[in-house]
Write a protein that binds this ligand. Structure first.
Ligand code: GAR
Length: 195
């Protein structure tokens, strides 16, 4: 079976992309990253991709903060198509995805979110969980639709909230869980069990 070609979009430090690459190097999933995209020139996933010789792209969006304008997103669709990516992986991409991408890649865009959706969508979900006083939270991988952290759930991993947890300790344990869950879900796509 050929390695699954993936495009990865992220805005942050890139720890999930690193976990995906580590799992691939350990032989746990067969992927070929073909394009790394960010809306922040300093995002961690760009330097990870550059070190591997994977094409990178910085998206500039002067008009909106929480989504891309239709023109910019349409350009991105063309670039992703040209890359040959079969799966689009949102790994800390902090903008809503709209119709140009959703119509171009139906059931081909997945996202990871740091809560047990549908609980706590949106920003800093681990802080929302702490403030709500729940006993457990976790992380979710789901197909992307036009909403904020909505879309069909593919898999989840629970994380207990411990006495004395701070936002930092809880977030770190959720990220550990993300780094196991995301490669495991992508490996199911790579084995063509889901695609
Ligand atoms: C991850 O914790 C991911 O769940 C979150 O951004 C972080 C990116 O970390 N995404 C969302 O909150 C999406 N709503 P990373 O850059 O270290 O992979």
């Amino acid at each position: 079976m050929q390695p699954l070609k993936i495009a990865v979009l992220g805005s942050g430090k890139g720890s999930n992309f690193r976990a995906i690459l580590n799992a691939a190097m350990a032989g746990q999933l067969k992927i070929q990253p073909v394009l790394a995209i960010s809306d922040h020139p300093e995002a961690g996933l760009l330097s990870l991709a550059e070190n591997l010789g994977v094409a990178t792209q910085v998206v500039s969006e002067p008009k909106f903060r929480t989504r891309l304008s239709e023109e910019v997103e349409t350009g991105l669709v063309e670039d992703i198509r040209a890359s040959g990516a079969e799966l689009i992986v949102l790994a800390g991409w902090m903008r809503l995805v709209k119709s140009p991408m959703l119509e171009a890649f139906p059931r081909r865009i997945i996202n990871i979110h740091p809560s047990l959706l549908p609980a706590f969508p949106g920003l800093e979900a681990w802080k929302q969980a702490l403030a709500a006083g729940v006993e457990k939270t976790g992380c979710t991988v789901h197909f992307v639709d036009g909403g904020m952290d909505t879309g069909e759930i593919i898999s989840q991993c629970e994380v207990s909230i411990l006495p004395g947890d701070t936002a930092e300790t809880l977030h770190a344990r959720i990220q550990d869980a993300e780094h196991r869950l995301f490669p495991e879900v992508i490996s199911r796509f790579a084995r063509r069990e889901i695609l």
